[in-house]
Design a protein around this ligand. Structure first.
Ligand SMILES: [Zn+2]
Ligand SMILES: [Zn+2]
Length: 308
C-alpha cells in the first residue's frame, strides 16, 4: 500500500518540484506574463483577477480529470514501469562500451567548457526532435491517435493539461526519454570520457529553467502569447500550441513541436499565428471523456474493435 501512497503523495507535490513545469515559480512567472498581456491590451485592471486565475476553468470537469491523470501516470511510472526498465545511465555506459569496442577511443580533444556546451546543445536538439517524431506518429498512426486523443479531448486548457495523457502515451514518452538520454550521453561519453557538470539552476538544466520561466505554462491556457512570424519558425510559442489543440479542421495536425518549430517547418506541419484566433478545444470524444473510466478504457476498446 505504501508503494502506491508514496507516489500519490509525490504527484501531489509537483508544484514544489523544480523539474516539473508546474513548479510554483514557473506558474507565478506565467501569471505575471498573463497579467502584463491583459494590461497591455485592456489598459484597465477590471477583470484582471479572473483572467489570471480563471477559477471556472480550474474547477471544470476536464481540469479535474487532468489532475487525476497526472496522479495515475505518476503512480504507473513509479510502481509498475520504472523498476523494470533499463535506465539511461546504464544504457549510456553500454553505448560508450560498444563504441569503444567498434571504433577505439575517439581521440577528440575538447575542453571542459566546450564539452558542456556541445553536450547541452546536442541533447536539446536530438531530444526535441525525438519528441516531435513521437508526437507526429501519435497523430498519424490511427491506433496511436486513439490514445493521444485523450490529450486533445481537454475542453479547457490549464497548465495541468500538460499531464493529461493516456498512460500508454505517458509510457511511450518515458521510453523515449530513457532511450534518447542513454543514446546521447553514451555517444558523448565516447567522445569525452570525463565527467562534466552541466549548468544547473535549482537542480534543473539552465535551458529548461529559462524555458519554463518564460511562460511555458501559457501553452496550456486561454492566454494568447505569440512570438511573431519570424521567431515562430524557430521556437513554438504558447499561441502555436493552443492552435494545436483547436477543433477547427484547418488547425488539425499542426504545430507538433515541443520547443523548436523547425521540425514543423521542415515537415510542413507549421502554422504561424497572426492575430488572436477564437479557438474552441476538444475532439468528438470530449463529452465522453468527462468520465475517467472512458478516458482510460475507451482507446483500448476502439483499437480492439478496429482490429476485428
Ligand atoms: Zn497532439
Ligand atoms: Zn497540449
Amino acid at each position: 500500500m505504501e508503494k502506491i501512497l508514496k507516489p500519490i503523495q509525490h504527484a501531489l507535490l509537483y508544484f514544489s518540484q523544480p523539474d516539473e513545469r508546474i513548479y510554483y515559480p514557473y506558474l507565478i512567472s506565467s501569471a505575471i506574463i498573463a497579467a502584463l498581456l491583459f494590461l497591455t491590451y485592456n489598459k484597465s485592471f477590471k477583470g484582471l483577477l479572473t483572467y489570471v486565475f480563471p477559477y471556472k476553468r480550474l474547477i471544470h470537469i476536464s481540469s479535474l480529470n487532468d489532475i487525476l491523470l497526472l496522479i495515475i501516470n505518476h503512480v504507473i511510472n513509479v510502481v509498475f514501469f520504472l523498476p523494470f526498465l533499463i535506465n539511461s545511465i546504464l544504457l549510456a555506459y553500454l553505448i560508450q562500451q560498444w563504441m569503444n569496442d567498434w571504433f577505439g577511443e575517439s581521440g577528440i580533444q575538447i575542453s571542459d567548457t566546450e564539452a558542456i556546451v556541445y553536450y547541452a546543445v546536442a541533447y536539446f536538439i536530438i531530444s526535441d526532435f525525438s519528441r516531435y517524431v513521437l508526437h507526429f506518429l501519435l497523430h498519424k498512426i490511427s491506433f496511436l491517435w486513439e490514445f493521444h486523443k485523450v490529450h486533445h479531448s481537454a475542453e479547457v486548457l490549464t497548465p495541468i493539461t500538460l499531464y493529461r495523457v493516456h498512460p500508454v502515451e505517458s509510457m511511450l514518452f518515458q521510453l523515449r526519454s530513457v532511450f534518447i538520454g542513454g543514446l546521447v550521453s553514451g555517444v558523448f561519453l565516447w567522445i569525452y570520457p570525463y565527467s562534466i557538470t552541466p549548468y544547473v539552476v535549482w537542480g534543473v538544466h539552465v535551458g529548461t529553467f529559462v524555458f519554463n520561466l518564460l511562460g511555458a505554462n501559457l501553452r496550456h491556457s486561454h492566454v494568447w502569447l505569440s512570438f511573431g512570424k519570424y521567431v515562430e519558425r524557430i521556437f513554438i510559442s504558447p499561441a502555436q500550441h493552443i492552435i494545436h489543440h483547436s477543433n477547427d479542421p484547418k488547425h488539425f495536425n499542426k504545430n507538433m513541436g515541443s520547443e523548436l518549430a523547425i521540425w514543423d517547418w521542415l515537415f510542413k506541419t507549421l502554422y504561424i499565428t497572426k492575430e488572436k484566433e477564437d479557438i474552441k478545444f476538444g475532439v468528438e470524444e470530449s463529452k465522453e471523456h468527462r468520465s475517467l473510466v472512458k478516458i482510460i478504457f475507451q482507446p483500448f476498446g476502439k483499437v480492439f474493435r478496429r482490429k476485428k
